[in-house]
Design a protein. Structure first.
Lengths: 196, 601
């Protein structure tokens, strides 16, 4: 029997899914549990605290970063949609834009972090800053992960387009699902940490 | 049985697999392999080695418990002055052994063997798949697990020794501890990542790669068990990963997620590792109870991760050796799914003693009583399968049969622990140790041994020796019960767990102290009994009786593949024509009608 694993590209008729699509959704399910545990921790710490600090974070910068991530989600969808419309050049532009937006987000985050460190607001300072740094730090790691994956598809991974365009488009779609999730986590993080 | 597999069209009509196989060099074929069978065997062998290592730690502890303060004979000099000066075990070393025994047995031994080993090797064969859905991810999950194992082993050499706060790593003890708790956390993050990758692969494979005709209700029970187990790993492990990250922050960055503010020990305010005192009122202190919640949110489903694959293995072997269909297949499937769901909402029954409040206790007592129902349904169905059967007492069947009463004892002794009033008396005594070891040692481990004996012919093309198998079984069975049954007696008498001197310092333990000596000899005897297995395992690889594809006359799809199966598993496309356990069908020519055998006109 041949070694080719079925349904890597085509959909299995009875489930209507390709393997990768199911795989990425399962992964996102586990990510929900990971961040869910951290949000629960936040709630327990906050409920147990007599006072909770307000106004320690840079709201304008956080708001700008929120807008940046939302835009990057849009360009990510467009990167996938242009593949579906067979427009390789546009796909490249949108994917590069997504990476650039992600990098701008990280640069902003760097300025935020260094301002805190400069004024002695390290994670050990308060439980608020501890949970702030842990959650946004883990989120930033997810952004970095996404940047690495997208850079791969801009670089060596792009060769697949010539060989198997459908599989390549699927991979961009799965990357997009992950990217929207990372975006969504930030949309929860911003109000919870900055505004509430 | 060979002729039946020639039915069915050659799959997809592409190039045959063995042409690929020859191109691979040694490293790609046996070390960095993407073949689920090789990875399964890697997992199984690594898991077995870790089981032996984790058990050896316990054999050392048993010396200290049986003969407190006496130098360890023969090997006492190996551990050095910082662990056992003059061969006498230090309390810190005892604590390291205890913490690492639990960690290694659960996360590096049983789970890798039960899920990584059997799941990887058997499940794709049973569903008629050529491999796992994501072979490279599969390889990655093994090597990430391997790295986790190396970190855990290396932690013994770290200054201050390995983690010492029990496998549960309760805060704040684990945070102020000077040992290599940080290494433990890093190791755990590796192991959790590995399980996560594995579980995504398992679920995708089961949903997507089932052979033609293999509907969900035709899946062998073992596949169902792995399916539910994978969901538990997928959804329960991430909260522990989060907890691990938070504890890592506490130890490395000086935060106090789990450190209450102003914790005073010996008239001194306790500080975190970085020397920063736990913060004041700015945003409140940390919450040690939160660690327990996050930990047990994983660790209770983890109990079912340990037991469900074992139940799956036993179900396969019971059906095969009773030559009857499993009694109540549907009830088994619904029970295992319900069990998986319920296992997410029982975790705080480990925490009745923490003062979390009676409302919480009442809720978790209720869910705990509810979860015992599907467990009993599964055990009952397996027992009922034996009724009226002419049982083949093969080596795997001996272990599988022993699983039933052993798991029964483990499960029933758990009921008093699931009810807060009786738990308050029994908590933190040897009774608890006896209870969960009956579930995982003579329970799960016996099932895993059964699985090794049962699928060894599929993996190697040879059978293991039955005489050595019987010797292994009977000696282990007697010894393991002598280790664990006295724990109930000790625990009911009030003997606490985790006592460096085995409880000798308390007068009320005097009447049961002699059991420690019995348990010591039984544990070392149990160690010796494993030599039968080790010798058998290696001898049979070389000299075992060569077998054909279906030596047990079994019905599930893995027995239609050659033994050992080639790269790509099946020579022709496997098709499932019927339910998994069609044994002794009235009117059939022989007493088994395999899933892969087409209907005859």
């Amino acid at each position: 029997m041949d070694m080719n694993i079925p349904y890597t590209v085509e959909h299995r008729p009875d489930t209507g899914l390709a393997n990768g699509k199911l795989g990425i959704w399962l992964f996102l399910g586990s990510e929900v549990m990971l961040f869910g545990a951290l949000f629960s921790t936040y709630i327990i710490l906050r409920v147990g605290a007599a006072e909770w600090p307000h106004g320690e974070l840079n709201i304008p910068l956080g708001a700008i970063n929120t807008a940046i991530l939302i835009c990057s989600s849009v360009t990510m969808v467009l990167a996938w949609a242009s593949l579906k419309m067979n427009d390789w050049a546009k796909h490249r532009i949108y994917l590069v834009t997504t990476v650039v937006l992600a990098l701008v987000f990280l640069v902003n985050k760097y300025f935020e972090y260094s301002a805190h460190f400069a004024s002695g607001e390290v994670p050990a300072h308060t439980t608020f800053l501890a949970i702030y740094f842990t959650m946004t730090g883990l989120h930033a790691l997810h952004i970095i992960g996404g940047v690495i994956v997208m850079s791969y598809f801009l670089g060596p991974g792009a060769k697949l387009w010539k060989k198997n365009p459908e599989q390549f488009a699927n991979r961009i779609e799965y990357t997009g699902l992950y990217w929207h999730f990372v975006d969504l986590v930030w949309i929860f993080l911003f109000p919870v940490l900055y505004l509430l | 049985m060979d002729q039946v597999t020639t039915h069915g069209a050659p799959a997809h009509g592409l190039e045959p697999a063995h042409e690929h196989a020859h191109e691979l060099g040694f490293w790609r074929k046996y070390v960095f392999s993407v073949d689920h069978k090789v990875i399964g065997i890697q997992y199984a062998v690594t898991g077995l080695l870790f089981l032996l290592f984790g058990f050896s730690l316990m054999m050392l502890m048993r010396w200290q418990l049986a003969f407190p303060g006496r130098p360890i004979p023969l090997i006492g000099g190996w551990f050095g002055a910082d662990k056992a000066p003059g061969g006498i075990m230090l309390p810190e070393f005892y604590n390291q052994l205890g913490a690492m025994h639990g960690t290694i047995m659960v996360f590096l031994g049983v789970v890798p063997l039960a899920v990584g080993g059997f799941g990887n090797f058997v499940m794709p064969l049973q569903i008629g798949a050529p491999d796992m859905a994501f072979p490279k991810l599969n390889m990655a999950s093994y090597w990430v697990y391997f790295c986790g194992g190396v970190v855990m082993l290396a932690s013994f050499l770290a200054p201050g020794g390995s983690a010492q706060s029990g496998w549960t790593s309760y805060a704040p003890l684990s945070i102020v501890n000077q040992g290599a708790q940080t290494w433990w956390l890093v190791g755990m993050i590796f192991l959790i990542t590995s399980s996560l990758l594995g579980s995504i692969n398992f679920i995708t494979t089961i949903v997507q790669l089932r052979a033609k005709g293999l509907s969900y209700m035709r899946l062998p029970f073992f596949v169902w068990a792995q399916f539910v187990t994978s969901f538990l790993l997928l959804l329960a492990f991430p909260p522990l990963e989060a907890a691990g990250i938070l504890q890592l922050m506490d130890r490395v960055a000086g935060t106090s997620f789990f450190m209450p503010s102003g914790l005073v020990v010996s008239n001194k305010i306790v500080t975190t590792m970085t020397g920063i005192a736990a913060p004041g009122i700015a945003s409140g202190g940390g919450n040690p109870l939160m660690w327990q919640h996050l930990f047990w949110f994983l660790a209770h489903p983890e109990v079912y991760v340990l037991i469900l694959p074992a139940m799956g293995i036993v179900a396969e072997i019971v059906a095969n050796n009773t030559r009857k269909p499993l009694w109540g297949y549907k009830a088994l499937v619904y029970s295992v799914v319900f069990l998986g769901f319920m296992s997410f909402i029982v975790w705080a029954h480990h925490m009745f003693m923490t003062g979390m409040g009676t409302t919480m206790s009442a809720f978790f007592q209720t869910t705990t009583m509810i979860i015992s129902i599907p467990s009993v349904v599964i055990l009952t169905a397996l027992l009922m399968s034996l009724v009226g059967a002419s049982i083949r007492f093969t080596t795997p069947m001996l272990f599988a049969l022993a699983f039933l009463p052993m798991f029964g004892i483990g499960g029933l002794t758990g009921l008093p622990l699931g009810l807060a009033p009786s738990d308050i008396h029994l908590h933190d005594t040897y009774y608890v140790i006896g209870h969960f070891h009956y579930v995982v040692a003579p329970g799960t481990l016996f099932a895993l041994f059964a699985g090794v004996y049962y699928w060894f012919p599929k993996a190697t093309g040879r059978r293991m020796n039955d005489l050595l198998g019987a010797l292994h079984f009977w000696t282990s069975f007697v010894a393991i019960n002598l280790v664990f049954f006295p724990m109930f007696i000790e625990g009911l008498a009030g003997m606490n767990r985790r006592m460096y001197d085995g409880g000798a310092q308390y007068a009320h333990n005097k009447a049961v102290l002699h059991w420690n000596v019995v348990q010591g000899y039984a544990a070392w005897g149990l160690g010796l009994a494993q030599l039968f297995f080790i010798v058998n395992f290696f001898m049979s690889i070389k000299w075992g009786k060569a077998v054909d594809r279906n030596p047990w006359e079994a019905t599930t799809l893995e027995w239609s593949a050659p033994s050992p199966p080639p790269h790509g598993n099946f020579l022709t496309e496997p098709i499932a024509y019927r339910a998994p356990y069609e044994y002794s069908v009235p009117g059939a020519a022989k007493d088994f009608t395999p899933q892969f055998e087409p209907e005859r006109a």
